[in-house]
Every structure is written in C-alpha cells, then in structure tokens.
Design a binder for this molecule. Structure first.
Ligand code: AMP
Ligand code: TRP
Length: 348
C-alpha cells in the first residue's frame, strides 16, 4: 500500500520547493532580497532548491553558456551559505524524475489550461519559433513541485499562476486516481529588502539594467568596483540620513535599506549609526564597507568552488541523491496509480 499523502501538518517541518533559473550574474538585489533569507531559514523548513536547467532550454540557449551559468549559480548558492546538510540544492537535469514526471502529468493536463498561461502568451509572442517545451513549461514546474509533496512554493508574483496550475493538476490527479499529491500553496515572500538601482532608485535593481553603468552591484564584482558603484549612487541634495517614503529621497532610503539588510539591524539602530555622519559621503562609504565585508568571503568561496570542479560535482551529487531519494518513490507511485508497471520491490 502506498503511504498516505502527508500534508505539512503531519510532517515535523514544512516542505518548501523553489526553482531558480540559471540565468545572468547574481546581484546584490537577488542576494539581499532572496538568497540571504534562504540561508538564514535553512533550519526552519525542509527546503529543496532546484536550479532549473530544463526550464531554461524552453527558449534558445548557447550550450556552453548554459552549462557555465548552471555551475556558476550552484557555486554561488553554496558559497552564500546553503549547506547540503541542512537543505537540498540540486540541478533539475540531474534528477530524471522531473522529466518523467512531466510526461506523466502531461497526460492529465488539458491543453487549454496551458494555452491560457500569461507567461506563455507573453514569451511566445516574442519568439519567432515557439517550442512545445515553452507551452509545457508549467507542467514541468508542476512535476518539480508535486514530486516532493511540497507544502509551500515561494515564487515571485509572475509565477503565481504556474503554482495555481500545479494545484489544479494535483487536484485533478487526486480526483482521477485517488489521493496522491499534497496541494501546494504559493507563497509570495515579503522580501526583507527591495534593493533599488544605484543609478536610479525608483526602479528595482535588475539583471535587465545590468549593462547600465553603476546600476547593480554584482556578487562577482571586485571590491573596488563595488565601492565605486556605491560611492556613485544617486542621492538628493539634502543631508539627513533617515528612512523615508519620499520619492525625492529614494536614493538615501535605498542605501539605508541595503545597510539594514546586510547588518540585520533595526531601522532605529541604522539611523543611530549615522547620527554623527557628516553627509551622504559617509553613508556611502559605510555602506560600501559592509557590502564588501559581506560579499568578500562569499566571493572567495565561490572562486574556490569554481576552481575545483570535482568538489562542486561532489556537492551537486549529494543534492541530486537527496532529491532522488524523495522523488523516485513518488514517481513510482504516480506510475502505479496510472496503471503503468513498476519494478517489483518498489513496495507498490
Ligand atoms: P530574478 O533575478 O528577477 O529572477 O529574481 C530572483 C530572486 O531575487 C527573486 O526571489 C526576486 O524576488 C529577488 N530579487 C530580484 N531583484 C531584486 C531586488 N532588486 N531586490 C530584492 N529582491 C530581488
Ligand atoms: N519558473 C520559475 C521562475 O522562472 C522557476 C521554477 C521552476 C520554479 N520550477 C519551479 C519555481 C518550481 C518554484 C517551484 O522563476
């Protein structure tokens, strides 16, 4: 008999599944808004972090670049502090259950559900030739989530519709074949920090504007370069160093927000730290110092891992093994429910 589906309330820790695209260089916004929080909360939940290379190939990619970006992102996440003893970080393409699971779920997903996905409509409008994979993207994402019986799926607003589709697929499968999947909840994290562009504090720091000089601080920038970008950050003509919602003072607010997110201090403590500052120059200098101090060890660990491919492979193999230990039995359960034969000895 298959084990009863355990919801979060029956497990000791809630299970969380997140997927991360292997694209572009990670920047301070990604780190302070997302990754730092994942590292800090590794103990609280049972986390699966998946680098979604199979999703990346739904649009054209340069093979060598994709490989490099996948390894680079993995090295960066380990370097930032994700610990294989506390969480599972793996590459989607290393765990065959994801592709297989997507096929099985394809066979219970009405085509019309996929055709109305807004991301598909947007992306396909921009492509000359649209792959079947692009249409099927949300089914692969549903497989990612459902294979792990994830309770919670942290995503940005733009991915919420896909998590809702995963819920619909889970419910349809449960209805057709009996209780099989936990129905996952999308969680839109209230980001600890929303880091704004240093050149323009009214827009979110983003990969899209990374080519504009002084917009981002990249995780891999040299300390000198980080200092330069922060010292050049756009501010206003005043000199009061306080948090504020005034759009005129968005630059100073952003610098204080970065300081707060890096140091973990309260707003009051941050403002107190600058009570005797002589102006925005002092603020910028201090922000640059804490950012460089936070990112330097990460960068060093990243460099070590990128210089030691065998060690990175070893860490990724641990992740893939941990992921397969959960997803392989689940895949057999799905197959069995659908009437496929599964190996004797799988307990089904
Ligand atoms: P993206 O690079 O846009 O795919 O985002 C990856 C993760 O980083 C998501 O969890 C985003 O919410 C977070 N993120 C991206 N840019 C920022 C930013 N400027 N401030 C805070 N969080 C961000
Ligand atoms: N599609 C998500 C994005 O672009 C990434 C992703 C793939 C994902 N599989 C997932 C997110 C499963 C959460 C759960 O950001």
């Amino acid at each position: 008999m298959a084990e009863q589906v355990k919801s979060g309330s029956q497990r000791s820790r809630k299970r969380v599944f997140s997927g991360i695209q292997p694209s572009g260089d990670m920047h301070l916004g990604n780190y302070l808004g997302a990754v730092k929080g994942w590292v800090q909360r590794q103990h609280e939940r049972e986390n699966f972090f998946c680098i979604v290379d199979l999703h990346a190939i739904t649009v054209p990619q340069k093979p060598d670049e994709l490989r490099e970006q996948t390894r680079s992102l993995a090295a960066m996440l380990f370097a930032a502090g994700l610990d294989p003893k506390l969480c599972t970080l793996f590459v989607q393409g290393h765990v065959a259950a994801h592709s297989e699971g997507a096929w099985l779920l394809n066979c219970v997903t009405p085509l019309g559900w996929l055709e109305r996905m807004t991301q598909y409509k947007d992306k396909s409008a921009k492509q000359e030739s649209v792959s079947t994979g692009l249409l099927d993207y949300p089914v692969l994402m549903a497989a990612d989530i459902l294979l792990y019986d994830a309770d919670e799926v942290p995503v940005g607003e733009d991915q919420k519709q896909h998590v809702e589709l995963a819920r619909d697929i889970a419910q349809r499968f449960n209805h057709l074949y009996g209780e099989t999947f936990v129905v996952p909840e999308p969680v839109i994290p209230d980001t600890g920090a929303r880091v704004m562009g240093l050149d323009n504090p009214t827009v979110k720091m983003s990969k899209t504007f990374a080519h504009i000089r002084g917009h981002v601080v990249r995780m891999l920038d040299e300390p000198k370069e980080m200092e330069r970008s922060i010292m050049r950050a756009v501010t206003d003509s005043g000199k009061e160093i306080r948090f504020s919602n005034d759009p005129e003072r968005a630059g100073v607010n952003n610098l204080l927000g970065i300081y707060k997110a890096v140091t973990g201090k309260s707003k009051q403590e941050c403002e107190n730290d600058f009570a005797d500052a002589r102006g925005y120059g002092d603020l910028k200098k201090r922000v640059a110092e804490v950012v460089v101090a936070e990112l330097t060890p990460i960068r060093e660990r990243y460099d070590e891992l990128m210089a030691d491919p065998a060690e990175l492979d070893r860490l990724l193999a641990i992740g893939a093994e941990q992921a397969a230990a959960v997803s392989a039995p689940k895949l057999n359960e799905i197959k069995h429910k659908m009437g496929l034969t599964v190996p004797t000895g799988s307990g089904l």
